[in-house]
Design a protein around this ligand. Structure first.
Ligand SMILES: Cc1cc2nc3c(=O)[nH]c(=O)nc-3n(C[C@H](O)[C@H](O)[C@H](O)COP(=O)(O)O)c2cc1C
Length: 135
């Protein structure tokens, strides 16, 4: 086998509830175009490409209905793009999943959510520094 299949999906960056910035992890909310390509709910290390950049950025994404917040009832895709603080609203983005990090949890407090997210981003950076596939 040359390469195992990669999991990719595309979308457009839309406005979310703007809670991410307050939590210290501003996220790009993604309106996904090809829902069939989405993996199961959880937190993932990904590569994300958006124009005009051709080199992918690392990102940590969450997929799910944000169970910590009772007012979120839809399934969302939110991306914390590493080392990036530009405005992505309206941008078309493409994600390639590198690795699964954990499932979605209902956190008991905002502090717990912030702690978990910080640990996810640290784990994601380590994962993305590894080769994605076996040789
Ligand atoms: C790496 C990462 C992990 C997350 N994990 C969870 C989680 O376990 N539970 C949860 O309810 N929300 C989780 N979220 C989603 C946050 O609740 C969400 O990003 C935050 O509320 C900001 O949303 P907003 O941009 O719509 O305001 C996670 C987000 C990120 C980026």
């Amino acid at each position: 086998m040359e390469h195992p299949a990669t999991l990719s999906f595309r979308g457009t960056v839309v406005h979310g509830d703007k809670r991410g910035r307050e939590l210290g992890f501003p996220t790009a909310n993604i309106a996904v175009i090809d829902h069939g390509a989405l993996p199961v709910d959880g937190v993932y290390a990904c590569w994300v490409t958006f124009p005009p950049a051709t080199v992918p950025h690392g990102a940590t994404i969450s997929i799910g209905d944000n169970p910590t917040f009772d007012d979120v009832t839809d399934r969302r895709v939110e991306a914390f793009v590493h080392d990036f603080d530009g405005d992505l609203y309206g941008a078309e983005v493409e994600f390639t999943v590198h690795s699964w990090l954990r499932g979605m949890f209902r956190c008991e407090s905002l502090d717990e959510l912030i702690e978990k997210t910080a640990a996810d981003v640290a784990a994601s950076r380590i994962a993305l520094a590894q080769p994605a596939r076996r040789p």
